[in-house]
Design a protein. Structure first.
Length: 267
């Protein structure tokens, strides 16, 4: 049984206390924060175990996405569509989808404890760097749902990075790649990537490269990004199984970019 099955089945030993537990508890209509804050080391799963990390990732992803959606003063239809499209890409079951929507709404609450949620999420993820980067990619994808980043969105995302311990240089690389992917995929409701070929400019940006990169650098960048986005590796680190389809899509986009460059260079 996966993390969600154990959650709804009542096996709350791996459940989160603290701010993440409070947010998830509010979304599910339970007072998990008060009842489970002291159970981290005594339940079935201790901090850092995969199913606990999966719960933290799911909770943080959709609640922070909701918080980000209103930072420019309004929640656009495209931002709501992006959240719903992500849920569709993940092929969430009815109950998980309802919970994701409720978490999104919790994030829009004026009293949403952003910094505390992020600090706990960082602790739960421990040194799982690729998992934190995946989280940031999803937030960037949400931010690009209604067009280029506005100043308030960029400030908030940089703040998220600081709290999570992600250097600004890494954020800029993620931003460049996600901007190119958003252009390539056509945004929310765009054509499926399997039916598209990225432009050469987008392909280089999606691999965080410039046309001046050597063939060897192209191959190294491709291998590194493919490894970072490998669905099985991410699930082993704590990505919820339901998000494997999203990781697989990102992995496919990276391969499409590499194939576009390889074809242009003839190697």
């Amino acid at each position: 049984m996966g993390w969600w099955g154990k959650l709804i089945g009542g096996a709350f030993g791996y459940m989160l206390g603290g701010p993440l537990g409070a947010v998830l508890g509010a979304a599910l209509g339970h007072n998990f924060d008060a009842g489970l804050s002291g159970m981290g080391g005594n339940g079935e799963f201790a901090p850092g175990d995969r199913e606990r990390v999966q719960t933290a990732f799911f909770t943080a992803t959709f609640s922070v996405m909701g918080h980000l959606s209103k930072v420019d003063g309004r929640v656009s239809r495209r931002e709501i569509a992006l959240a719903e499209a992500l849920m569709e890409q993940m092929d969430l079951g009815p109950e998980l989808r309802k919970t994701a929507i409720r978490l999104f709404r919790e994030g829009k609450d004026p009293d949403y404890p952003l910094d505390q949620v992020l600090e706990q999420f960082r602790r739960e993820c421990s040194r799982r760097q690729s998992l934190i980067w995946m989280f940031l990619e999803i937030q960037l994808q949400a931010a690009y749902a209604d067009g280029p980043l506005v100043a308030s969105e960029q400030r908030l995302l940089l703040h998220v990075c600081r709290v999570l311990g992600v250097p600004e240089g890494v954020f800029r690389l993620l931003e460049q790649r996600m901007r190119a992917q958003a252009h390539y995929a056509g945004g929310v409701g765009g054509e499926e990537p399997e039916r598209q070929v990225p432009s050469l400019t987008d392909a280089y940006a999606m691999l965080n490269l410039t046309p001046a990169a050597s063939d060897a650098e192209v191959k190294r960048a491709y291998r590194r990004l493919r490894s970072q986005h490998h669905p099985d590796k991410l699930v082993a680190k704590g990505l919820p199984e339901e998000m494997m389809k999203l990781a697989a899509r990102k992995s496919h986009e990276i391969r499409q970019a590499y194939e576009r460059i390889r074809e242009a260079r003839g190697f």
